[in-house]
Write a protein that binds this ligand. Structure first.
Ligand code: ADP
Ligand code: MG
Length: 691
């Protein structure tokens, strides 16, 4: 049969009726090709049985044993617990959903083979809702000889159904159904397997497959698909860029009078990096197509001044500018800076956040609408429908990755008067290694401020074990008594914001007792915006000596008098996060310190990571090292990039593929192949404003 998989609807398969087809369509799975590219997201290893005495929490295992006890409890939350034993150990199997037939069949003496993930509970190890098979005495049951693919869950479609669907499509493929291999010509050059080979392999890994590679996602067959996926994303981003640049933007070529006045009242001169970046931005915004530029600059590198001068350029050309930040406190800081700088020049800076209410709000909205306000600064409140600009020409977004996709889209619409788009400048202090940035943000031009303003004192970083706490407290005391301020950052508790807040509250209470003459403050994620802002204000005004905080301490918060930072359990944090936190100190004239506390013993890697923090202050160098050590940098989760989930590829793990991706993308741009790859891998598309 020579059907083309991208032309055949899912309904062509056995077992796909209107109901299943509708469920699939909901996930944008319409054709047999779509089914084939619904790739396993992971694998389970059912190829060997583990003895019950060797089980460890967290392992996914296949086990066998005999049911030795059986207990049904009928509480509010009924459960069926079976204790499974073999000659050397035991484990509990736990069911919260079960029927009377299961109660009968899972009786004492029954022999089972089970699969599932081992958990630690109060009663010892257990597996909740294991998959199980009955073993008949005298009959042997074969064990799987290949890894079991697990498909990304889709509402209403079970793993069993996914296996049946993919089985059928793989069979068609084996019989010669058509699927275009677009990287066919690149194959030899990069020693890649063919697409069809790779698809068969990742859907149904053969018994002799290298399990470690497959489980880690680095098998050559997976890499073949990862390359194609990264390529599709790259092409998608380029197409997005092209579509934006087809629209027009205001030409911002006004005179330099305003910026000259601004520069002459500034108490410092721009660094050469700031000047270079400004020239890059200037060149962009003088052209009638929207700028799409990402400005990276380490904490404290002076991005705000660059933003201010760019906004001035919009005003000097007769338009409005807007500056948005992801949190109230950051936005307010920008507002204070901009009004301090720009109001003496006779400009009106408007302030809009969720907190601005009633009359003041209406007035601000009016000023933005009539153009009386030259520049609007705010949080995502700027996105609201009620906000209408007179003529927005430049949008600056600080810490852009922290905004939701919808919000970015909404603001861009604000400038979309008569088919014009505002220019966009995205700013970030999160250092991203160069090759990665060029790929993840392939649709953006890149500017980097790679130089700190002169006169910054280096921050001395000290690494100490937790048991030196007394010594550290003495240091905090000494600093604060001498009129300086300090931060105390509490440990990161994976996955539980609640526990993290509780831990911070405890530390706050302890420190308040142990350092009674200091004024302590506490901020954590569970506080509401107002309370958080009130405490940050008090800290900024010097009314608080020691600020105990979880990792929520805002990026960009500027308290120059704070010169000491203590970070507990630093070994649990990512290097980029440590770097961001450390950037809160070293902003004033005093010598600054950062103490990284850790829980001994440290692994070699953990030691090396903390050592990097001790020996370097350069955010980019830290990010590169982090990538090297961890293989996946935490600075680049999909959450941060805003780019939809990748199926098989990972920007960090597969970063070695990126130069190839770039090269292939150059040659494929604007070809049919490009369209075909985008349709195959990005059926949902990439909308402007989405990235
Ligand atoms: P970030 O890039 O982290 O947003 P900021 O814009 O907040 O950095 O700048 C950090 C501090 O450095 C601010 O107090 C700012 O006024 C100051 N600054 C910026 N540029 C210079 C410069 N060229 N020389 C001296 N100080 C500067
Ligand atoms: Mg900043």
């Amino acid at each position: 049969m020579n059907t083309s998989l991208d032309q055949s609807p899912c309904r062509a398969l056995r077992g796909v009726g209107p109901k299943l087809a509708a469920l699939l369509a909901k996930r944008n799975i319409h054709t047999l090709q779509d089914i084939l590219f619904h790739l396993p997201s992971r694998y389970l290893d059912r190829t060997h049985l583990t003895a019950l005495s060797d089980l460890r929490a967290g392992d996914y295992v296949a086990i066998e044993g005999v049911i030795a006890h059986h207990r049904v409890s009928h509480g509010a939350k009924g459960s069926l617990t079976c204790e499974l034993q073999d000659s050397r150990g035991y484990i509990n199997l736990k069911f919260f959903h079960f029927n009377s037939e299961q109660i009968r069949h899972l009786n004492v003496g029954t022999k089972l083979r089970c699969f599932g993930e081992v958990r630690q509970s109060y009663q010892g190890l257990e597996i909740v809702h294991p998959e199980y098979l009955h073993l008949t005495p005298g009959k042997t049951l074969e064990i799987d000889d290949h890894l079991t693919p697990i498909y990304p869950s889709t509402e209403g479609v079970t793993q069993f159904q996914w296996r049946r669907l993919t089985d059928q499509v793989l069979a068609l493929l084996a019989e010669g159904a058509i699927l275009s291999d677009h990287l066919y010509t690149a194959q030899d050059r990069f020693s890649l397997p063919s697409l069809i080979e790779a698809l068969h392999y990742v859907h149904r890994p053969p018994p002799d497959a290298n399990r470690e590679q497959l489980l880690a996602g680095i098998h050559p067959m997976q890499q073949r698909l990862a390359l194609e996926e990264l390529l599709a994303h790259h092409l998608g981003l380029m197409r997005l860029r092209a579509s934006v640049q087809k629209t027009t933007a205001p030409v911002l070529s006004g005179s330099d009078t305003l910026s000259d006045a601004f520069l002459s009242q500034l108490s410092f001169a721009l660094t050469s990096a700031q000047q270079r970046v400004l020239r890059e931005i200037r060149t962009d915004i003088e052209r009638p197509e929207p700028m799409l530029r990402l400005l990276q600059g380490d904490v404290g590198s002076g991005k705000t001044v660059v933003a201010a001068l760019s906004l001035l350029q919009a005003v000097a050309s007769g338009y409005q500018g807007a500056l948005m930040a992801p949190t109230e406190i950051l936005a307010e800081q920008h507002y204070l800076n901009l009004s301090k700088w720009l109001e003496p020049l006779g400009l009106k800076v408007a302030w809009l956040s969720g907190k601005v209410k009633a009359k003041a709000r209406l007035q601000t909205l009016e000023e933005i609408k009539t153009g009386a306000a030259h520049i609007a600064v705010g949080t995502h409140a700027l996105f609201q429908e009620a906000v209408q600009f007179n003529h927005l020409a430049l949008l600056v977004i600080d810490e852009q990755h922290r905004f939701g996709v919808d919000q970015r889209l909404a603001l861009k619409e604000k400038g979309a008067k008569a088919e014009t788009h505002p220019h966009q400048l995205m700013m970030t202090a999160t250092p991203i290694p160069r090759t990665l940035a060029m790929s993840v943000y392939a649709h953006l031009d890149h500017s980097i401020i790679d130089e700190l303003p002169p006169g910054r004192k280096p921050i001395q970083t000290i690494v100490l074990p937790n048991d030196k706490r007394d010594k550290i407290m003495a240091r905090v005391n000494e600093q604060c008594v001498s009129g300086k301020q300090a931060y105390w950052i509490c440990p990161l508790i994976e996955d539980s914001e609640k526990l993290q807040c509780e831990a911070a509250s405890r530390t706050y209470q302890q420190l308040s007792v142990q350092l009674p003459h200091l004024k302590c403050g506490l901020v954590h994620g569970a506080l509401n915006v107002q309370d958080k802002a009130a405490i940050m204000h008090a800290f900024k005004k010097g009314e608080i000596d020691l600020l105990v905080a979880t990792t929520v301490v805002e990026v960009g918060v500027d308290v120059p008098n704070a010169s000491l930072m203590i970070i507990e359990n630093a070994e649990r944090m990512g290097l980029s996060q440590l770097h961001q936190l450390r950037g809160r100190v070293g902003r004033g004239s005093a010598e600054s310190f950062c103490v990284l506390m850790y829980q001994a013993p440290l692994s070699d890697t953990a030691y090396e990571r903390l050592n990097i923090m001790r020996t370097t202050e350069n955010g980019f160098a830290i990010a590169e090292k982090d990538l090297e050590l961890r293989g996946s940098g935490e600075f680049l989760g999909t959450r941060q990039t805003g780019i939809g989930q990748l199926r098989v590829a990972s920007y960090t793990r597969d970063s070695a593929l990126l130069p190839i991706v770039k090269e292939l993308a150059q040659s494929l741009l604007n070809t049919d192949v490009s369209d075909a790859l985008i349709t195959r891998w990005l059926p949902d598309g990439l909308a402007y404003g989405q990235v």
